[in-house]
Design a protein around this ligand. Sequence first.
Ligand code: GLC
Ligand code: CA
Length: 559
Amino acid sequence: MNMEKQWWKSSVVYQIYPRSFCDSNGDGIGDLEGIRSKLWYLKELGVDVIWLSPVYQSPNDDMGYDISDYRAIMKEFGTMEDYDRMLAEAHSMGIRVMMDLVVNHTSDEHAWFVESRRSRDNGFRDFYIWRDGRDGGAPNNWGSCFGGSAWKYDEASGQYYLHLFSEKQPDLNWENEKVREQVFDMMTWWCDKGIDGFRMDVISLISKVPELPDGPEGESGYGDFGPYCANGPRVHEYLQEMNRRVLSKYDLITVGECSGVTVEEAKKYASASGKELNMVFQFEHMDLDGGETCKWNHKKVPLTELKQVMSKWQRELAGKAWNSLYWSNHDQPRSVSRLGNDSPAYREASAKMLATCLHMMQGTPYIFQGEELGMTNYPFTSLEDFRDIESIHAYQEFTEKGIFTPEEMFDYISYKGRDNARTPMQWNDGHQAGFTEGTPWIAVNPNYREINAREQMGRPDSVFHYYQKLIALRKQYEIIVYGDYELLLPDSRELYVYLRTLGDQKLLVLCSFVEHETCCRLPEALQGKKGKLLTGNGCRLEAEEAKLAAYGCAAVLYE
Ligand code: GLC
Ligand code: CA
């Protein structure tokens, strides 16, 4: 398939969660100086772009995703000078920096909201979504993502404001062109500073159906806002305007976080025509172990369904839009614990297998900090171990309503909770894993003595070196970036096998998702041919078949 070549298509992105990456001054909170001190590590790994989760001023109700000043740095993270130094140093090392852009909502402590709530006729009133109550209650039945109603009553003015997330995250009113103006100005300000892109937080939610109709009621008793907010009526218009006025003037990488996005919608957001964004984060593969009670359960993802979803996105976007590729981020549990096997015997093998499976696909791969070490979920023992508003609220809500027992719910938040991803980066086997000289804001995973960067950098067969190799291969072989994708053995419940094709080249990717040995017959056209093993682990190639150890994998090139 004919595809335009772009630098962001052959890039690998590394996500930093600043609070948990590296603390430079011993206060237990990661910071910008800490990030700067570890740029050499990212260079060594070979990534092209870093995505910084929010570093803006914030009261931290949702760990920085509630911004009170878009043009200031969060005090705990340092100063704007620290930011500029970090940016300049990253650039001097050839690493680009992508900022998180959180503009579906602000913090309730943002100056716009402080003004807006002053009175009904304040000039900023219309920056947010205010409505009168209905029958003595909220304007509609929507529930918020973090539990409870999506509406908060404001005594002073006698109206309710909308917050799809926490009540400290009021939704901006994108219908108001002054809001768009302000957001575009702020983006321009950052672009002029020399940043290289934006990851746009829940951008698919910015346009609401103006009537704000009740949503279908779920187990929690609240209505789902999804049908009236996700991919809403004017979202593409707004993004095209943003593109015209800001994005198109710079050379950026852009990715929209799009909950509720379908392939049809993604073809608009991330169209090859370049009118909106470069790519989106879709959630279909992440939702496979979800269900009626949102994500709260302890289900395993069925491999056949995972293959079907991933392959659908590969097939449908080919030549029309561009995929992002991810197994993990700051909102998801650790991928090796969820999709692989985090027992000591299989942890490294399954981490390498998952990496191979993802990085050999078409799209831009995203690595979440610590994934390149095979970091695992945290062994939670008490509710006090949690910091995340989502887990804490969900525990309360689901146990109070009697939907789950406290034991069940504790098991679910331990398995699926976002804090699994947010424990400190494990740098070495010293004090607090080398993350801080003080006491970290959230506990270090006790397995840091076995799992840490220093140990892995010194061991050639480590997960770290395996990721380094995958990143290097993407630079070396165009077929990895641009080749067509075809799923083989769709019904196998043990193996994920696919074939990439570019001109006369073929790349066969074999991945075992099971704990025992397996065997895979090679496609007929490749039998007896001499393939070149680009990378792999626990895979033996024979003339007609491949033998895979538990969680074995391989990528084989045929020319
Ligand atoms: C996105 C972020 C998540 C945050 C939410 C609200 O999903 O990734 O961390 O809680 O938006 O901003
Ligand atoms: Ca600090």
